[in-house]
Design a binder for this molecule. Structure first.
Ligand SMILES: Cc1ncc(COP(=O)(O)O)c(C=O)c1O
Length: 396
């Protein structure tokens, strides 16, 4: 009975893998890892504990790899401090908020209605939450109203960044007022971290942010997890690190196989990040324009649709979005109910503009209600040609 259960779990996972290899995955929060990253995830590090203090034995290699990950992260993002321990982007955000804020401190973040991340920390940890004002065009921040808000509420931290992330945020404009009121300017780059790493998006540090945090598995093609990068200020780094080391506040064992996998992905980004990130942005721009040519509604006509990996389809509401998502999934095109489409994973499979134009036609045909089996066949013909992972080192 137990062996049967294990066998069923194995075969279900295999079925998933076989299916997803043939799908066109356009979810903007996901990516593919390289063979070397996968090797790290399956390594003995995944069985071990290690802290930088003396409690556990057997840590001479684990600690060394973490040090290499930290140094690679500092180099890649031009940061002075890096913490690779957070198990997710969400925990990176929690570590920064809990490390820097006292109960009832004011903070300023993006509202979910404007594409913000639905952080719900205040449900358990009392915070005085204020939302960044946006213009009618809901993906453009209103800089002068934001400056007034920051000036009035004098927040402990201001967090820029979003889950619907189509263009740069006004970091340089808001850095000045944050400095004046003593607010720490935090950039949640969960979605765009790989584009920042490749130098193809705004550089939050250059523009005046003090902290850059995010997920390591969306446009950044590493293992699922999080990272926190800090510029200059050792006190900030220390306050945040306190939540991520013993005695544990947020994390105790911090998953050394993931740290090793991240170290490899950081090396891959240092070597191939520029070409990868450039192609991601070209691919999403191409996808948006090709969809519009096929008369699919895309948000952002006035400003070129996208400067990131994301393309946002026009929908009336989530109900319609869910319908579109299901329509696409029937032909093995995977999206979310937003409907956000991301170019990063197909880019990592090696696809370029020609394939993006083809994908736009497949999406448009499916949304018009054309024959599902025929479109699915075309999807499989396309994906069968892109079964390896680009922008990584060869495995020996
Ligand atoms: C802007 C933003 N921040 C944080 C997170 C949380 O990241 P993770 O899924 O790695 O916990 C997300 C998730 O999609 C996000 O969109």
């Amino acid at each position: 009975m137990c062996a049967e259960l294990a066998q069923t779990i194995l075969s279900t996972t295999q079925a998933h893998e076989q299916w997803r290899q043939l799908c066109l995955n356009l979810i903007p929060s996901e990516n593919l890892t390289s063979p070397q990253v996968r090797m790290m995830l399956a390594s003995d590090f995944g069985h071990r504990y290690a802290w930088d203090q003396t409690w556990y034995g057997g840590t001479k290699f684990t600690i060394k790899v973490e040090e290499m990950a930290v140094e690679a992260a500092k180099k890649l993002f031009n940061a002075d401090y890096a913490n690779v321990r957070p198990l997710s982007g969400h925990l990176s955000l929690m570590a920064v908020i809990m490390g820097l804020c006292q109960p009832n401190d004011p903070i300023v973040i993006s509202h979910i209605d404007n594409g913000g991340y639905p952080l719900n920390l205040q449900a358990r940890f009392p915070l005085d939450v204020h939302y960044l004002p946006y213009k009618e065009d809901i993906y453009s921040m209103d800089v002068s109203r934001t400056e007034s808000l920051i000036d009035r509420v004098r927040p402990r931290i201001v967090i820029l960044g979003a889950s619907i992330f189509l263009k740069p945020h006004p970091v340089a404009e808001l850095a000045k007022v944050c400095k004046e009121v003593g607010a720490t300017l935090v950039y949640d780059g969960s979605h765009v971290l790989g584009l920042i790493a490749g130098g193809q998006f705004q550089d939050p540090f250059k523009e005046g942010a003090q902290i850059l945090l995010g997920s390591t598995h969306k446009t950044f093609f590493g293992p699922q997890g999080g990272i926190i990068l800090i510029k200059k200020d050792p006190d900030l780094a220390e306050q945040i690190n306190l939540t991520l080391r013993p005695n544990p506040v947020l994390i105790d064992n911090y998953h050394h196989h993931r740290v090793a996998a991240l170290a490899i992905a950081l090396a891959e980004m240092l070597a191939f990040g520029k070409d990868y990130a450039k192609q991601v942005v070209v691919n999403s721009e191409t996808l948006a324009r090709a969809l519009v040519k096929e008369e699919v509604g895309v948000v952002g006509m006035g400003w070129g649709y996208t400067k990131t990996h994301q393309v946002l389809l026009q929908t009336e509401d989530l109900h319609q979005g869910e319908k579109m998502c299901n329509q696409l999934e029937a032909a093995d095109i995977i999206a979310d109910i937003g409907v956000r489409l991301g170019s990063q994973e197909v880019t990592r499979r090696g696809m370029k503009t020609e394939q993006m134009q083809h994908i736009a036609i497949l999406i448009a045909n499916r949304l018009r209600g054309n024959a599902v089996e025929e479109i699915k066949r075309d999807v499989h013909t396309l994906t069968r040609q892109f079964q390896s992972t680009a922008y990584c080192f060869e495995s020996h």
